[in-house]
Design a protein around this ligand. Sequence first.
Ligand code: HAM
Length: 428
Amino acid sequence: MSARPQSVKGTRDLLPPEVEVWARVEETARRVFALYGFGEIRTPIFEETELFARAVGAATDLVGKEMYSFTDKGGRSLTLRPESTAPVCRAYVEHGMHSLPQPVRLFYIGPHFRYERPQRGRYRQFHQIGVEMLGGKPGESDAEVLAVLVRFLRELGFTDLKVLLNTVGDSASRQAYKSKLVDYLRPHAERLSEDSRRRLETNPLRILDTKSREERELLAGAPRLEESLTPASRERFAWVRARLSDLGIPYEIEPRLVRGLDYYTNVVFEIVSEKLGAQDAICGGGAYEGLVEELGGPPTYGVGFAIGEDRLVEVLPESSPARARRPGPVVIRAMVRGGGAVHGGLDVDAADLAEELRSADIPAVSVGAADPKKAHAAADAFDSPVVVIVGSDELQAGTLTLRDTRQRREETMSKPDALARLKALYGR
Ligand code: HAM
């Protein structure tokens, strides 16, 4: 460690006032999710490594390369959660939630960890806002989860986002397709990147969402997943598409969308933003039919999504209600009129006044006997609408001076009038 410790690569401090925007985004999520009956779940930050290996798939990049895994002092292999679908399903089974009225609707907000190369929009500690709907009906659950997602994004002021939608079919569809895809790609293996050649053996579907131009050209002639869908998967997808149209949810079919985690079946989706550059996915999700069973529960239909909150905040529209700043606290400054040294008592008077305002629910900070420049710098930093000056004259006369920081005007009035004015200003 250097003489001045710094935050770890890929992590960052979120500071005021930006955190206010995050808090507003999270408030909106809680309000919208509650409208649809979702309840908050808080799972631990770390889990047994085996949970993710089993749920997400040992051959995925997430499990193979990106996990923060460590051995604790008891010799257990633990992993900082890289995602929360697996922990939520683990909790569903562990707490017997399948015997509650179904479906069970859960949401989560919090930090997640992936050892990836940091770049714009990609961090090693990042934050997800996600929902999981467990034990519902296929199709209906998919549509409801997409409805809550779109409602949330609209309330944040997004107007032009589209859901990219695809189906990866059921496992029979995928088995059939995998062998067709491998048969097609194998003779061209020399045109594939090293990663894709490895995936040819481990996870061939992942090659479909390659970003390399050469591979995309090669894939243009590949058999299409759609042609391998079983009738049941085909029907399911048609039903969901019709339902989304009925609900007025804008979507676009993206045949290349396959997602990076192994638990998905049938419907998968993503939302991307052009404003983000290479790491353009704001949200990813889809259905998973075998996961709860894989973790020891009964066969259970699951579907959900996770939004990357860091990315969401980055592309939040300028006009988003989550960006509207609340007025900062009243800044209280003590001063002696007519020059001369400030006697210590005025600092205390200013602090007392701050406490009096707070008891009327008016936010206030005292800067004590600061010079006007310092007081105004504090008001700027807090985005305060008003500075209150409590001076020796004012104290004697029972008045206060209010300085409107926007109009740059001062007005002296009786203390009760000043309190009434401040209450009105803060809507108290
Ligand atoms: P995911 O696509 O791996 O899906 O992640 C969801 C979102 O998290 C991404 O779209 C992205 O916005 C954000 N994200 C992922 N990694 C990073 C990173 N390193 N830095 C910043 N943001 C990141 C899942 O995690 C699934 N559990 C989603 C899900 C829920 N599927 C069904 N239910």
